[in-house]
Design a protein around this ligand. Structure first.
Ligand SMILES: Cc1cc2nc3c(=O)[nH]c(=O)nc-3n(C[C@H](O)[C@H](O)[C@H](O)COP(=O)(O)O)c2cc1C
Length: 346
């Protein structure tokens, strides 16, 4: 089935503008998920072996999740869950709606199996996302909500902005991903600094600990981090008991042709894999299995998913792989894990 997508559907879709295709996919998924027969059909076609595991206190059917940024407004989650994912990370959601950066802002690097995006957290805002999820919940898989900051909010004001978003979204997510690593919001990555990160996550963790249900948190880190920033983020994760997602997209262009140097934004897909894996390995060595890790960056098949699980990830996420390999990617990965007799650590 994956073969049919790669041979025919991808060919067709790749002749069209990437953002137009993405919006059409979300719209179609949103409409399709209202028809239970279609949901069941999709589930049947993507069915694969279960790998039950518990991470951060949450139960998953398998370790392969959808990465943040695909369903920014949390509107197609029921359909997406049907593609066989073990979990979905929705968003990134900001407090207030915002248009994102000017178009064009999404580019396919076809020959490199990669994407450059400078979307800039285009989204309909937290209230809209919450309303959407209210209609869609309960879902058959755990849902993470990625939280970011509005572009017009200063770095000093960021903790308040994130916290307000979290408060609106809290009832709708099973876990929360604090996104400090998008390269497309000015200075966002400066939040990796030890003091700034503490000042950002502490109020969110305090809020969660005062709720009836205390939910787990992850911080999503950049692949371009200096060792000192990674070490302080890992130390804080151990102290405060939150997980880490390694990694977001990169601003590094050394693994793609010079032509793409001038394209601003975050690079994802195959050229990100080595950098992202290196960051995952370093992170795993620092946290020594004491906090949960999610691996993201350059997963295109079973082997590249297993590679991250072997490097220390408890769960993995895909985005660019889904665009290039199609809707049967999760099934293909799970079949590979079965063939390799993979067993969850947790
Ligand atoms: C078009 C696009 C939009 C993205 N938007 C977000 C986002 O809003 N929040 C986030 O945390 N990551 C975002 N990402 C990063 C992905 O979640 C993922 O971490 C990254 O693409 C690496 O994985 P991949 O190589 O499988 O694509 C985005 C990626 C792409 C390609």
């Amino acid at each position: 089935m994956g073969f049919l997508y790669r041979k025919f559907v991808r060919q067709l879709l790749f002749n069209l503008n990437p953002e137009v295709v993405h919006d059409a996919v979300i719209k179609t998924a949103r409409a399709a998920q209202r028809v239970e027969f279609l949901n069941s059909m999709v589930r049947l076609l993507t069915k694969a072996k279960d790998f039950p595991l518990t991470v951060a206190g949450l139960k998953f059917h398998n370790p392969v999740g959808l990465a943040a940024g695909f369903d920014k407004n949390c509107e197609a989650a029921r359909f997406l869950a049907g593609l066989g994912f073990g979990f979905l990370e929705l968003g990134t959601v900001t407090l207030r709606p915002q248009p994102g950066n000017p178009k064009p802002r999404l580019f396919r690097l076809r020959d490199d199996h990669a994407i450059i995006n400078r979307m800039g957290f285009n989204n309909a805002g937290a209230f809209d996302a919450a309303r959407s999820l209210e209609r869609l919940l309960p879902l058959p898989v755990p849902v993470g909500i990625s939280v970011g900051k509005n572009a017009d909010c200063s770095i000093d004001e960021a903790p308040k902005n994130y916290l307000e978003t979290l408060k609106i979204m809290y009832d709708y997510g099973d876990y929360f991903a604090v996104n400090i690593s998008s390269p497309n919001t000015l200075q966002l990555r400066s939040l990796h600094g030890a003091d700034k990160l503490k000042r950002l996550v502490e109020p969110m963790l305090d809020f969660a600990s005062g709720q009836k249900k205390v939910k787990p948190f992850f911080v999503k880190i950049a692949p371009d981090l200096e060792d000192a920033d990674l070490e302080s983020a890992a130390a804080l994760a151990l102290e405060k008991n939150f997980g880490l997602i390694a990694t977001n997209t990169t601003v590094n262009r050394s693994s793609v042709p010079a032509y793409w140097q001038s394209y601003e934004g975050g690079l994802s897909g195959k050229p990100l894999r080595a950098l992202s894996n290196a960051m995952l390995s370093k992170t795993a060595a620092l946290v020594k299995g004491k906090v949960p890790l999610i691996g993201s960056g350059g997963i295109f098949d079973g082997a590249t998913a297993l590679e991250k699980l072997n490097l220390g990830a408890d769960l993995v996420q895909v985005y660019s792989g889904l665009v290039y390999e199609g809707p049967f990617l999760v099934k293909e990965i799970l079949e590979y894990l079965e063939k390799k007799n993979w067993q969850p650590r947790r």
